[in-house]
Design a protein around this ligand. Structure first.
Ligand SMILES: C[S@@+](CC[C@H](N)C(=O)[O-])C[C@H]1O[C@@H](n2cnc3c(N)ncnc32)[C@H](O)[C@@H]1O
Length: 239
């Protein structure tokens, strides 16, 4: 997706009290970034913030971090969050936003930063063979999340191939799938806050695929160490 350059995005983010400018410095200390210690949830690739701006104010008993790789997207999420909390007259104290490449998430999160839930909404499908490893649901990524996660991953996509292959990725990385549908919008009990891309694909008549996965207790972490080592090696930044 082409994104128009916004020279004002970075200064606006840097002036924002809930923007984390140095996420690596928070590694192992994420709870200290919030006034209340409470279960921590991440949204990976939050885009323009349509989801987090519904989810976070609706659940003040959780802390949230919304991550995107692009200033130009995150600044729109920042504005959407400010508008949502102002409209509901709530203190904006349970959400933080940060820029990071999720492939290097473990540079910013330690295994002591326990996560209650991760949302992955409409991540890039990376359809070409050698690029598939960049998918946010590739086993190389999932195993990194698993080391931090006590709860669930909620994953939504419009992309058939990404979804079908992700159904295999999750068990490979030591997860079990507890909920799954290939047509989320036909299941009222599973429908949840919509994202911008969900709305767009729904209008186009595309079916939304959705799953919930959780760490499989029958797969011990030790058995995943090899995958994790491979994952860490691959995701070392090229300096
Ligand atoms: C297709 S958009 C989806 C946005 C939003 N979640 C939605 O459903 O409307 C994917 C978003 O993920 C971000 N993104 C892609 N790769 C990323 C990465 N490796 N690390 C962090 N963010 C990433 C993009 O900048 C973009 O905002």
């Amino acid at each position: 997706m082409r994104i128009r350059c916004k020279p004002w995005a970075k200064p606006e983010l840097e002036a924002c009290p809930f923007y984390i400018s140095d996420p690596k410095a928070c590694k192992g200390q994420w709870q200290a970034q919030f006034p209340k210690t409470q279960p921590l949830r991440l949204e990976l690739g939050c885009g323009k913030g349509g989801f987090i701006a519904q989810e976070a104010p609706a659940n003040p008993e959780y802390n949230y971090i919304a991550i995107d790789i692009k200033n130009e997207m995150l600044v729109l999420a920042k504005r959407k969050l400010e508008a949502a909390y102002a409209e509901q007259q709530l203190p904006l104290d349970n959400v933080r936003i940060m820029i990071d490449n999720i492939m290097y998430l473990r540079e910013c999160f330690a295994e002591t930063d326990r996560l209650d839930r991760i949302y992955i909404n409409f991540c890039n499908p990376w359809p070409r063979g050698k690029h598939k490893k960049r998918r946010l649901t590739h086993p190389r990524q999932l195993v990194q999340y698993r080391m931090l996660l006590d709860g669930e991953i909620w994953f939504k996509t419009d992309d058939d191939e990404l979804f079908e292959e992700s159904l295999e990725y999750f068990p490979e990385a030591g997860f079990r799938i507890t909920t799954m549908t290939r047509d989320l919008h036909s299941e009222p009990t599973l429908r949840y806050f919509e994202t911008e891309h969900e709305h767009m694909f729904d209008e186009m008549g595309k079916k939304i695929k959705f799953l919930i996965a959780e760490p499989d207790p029958s797969v011990p972490e030790e058995s995943l160490r090899e995958l994790l080592q491979y994952s860490e090696k691959y995701s070392e930044r090229k300096r």
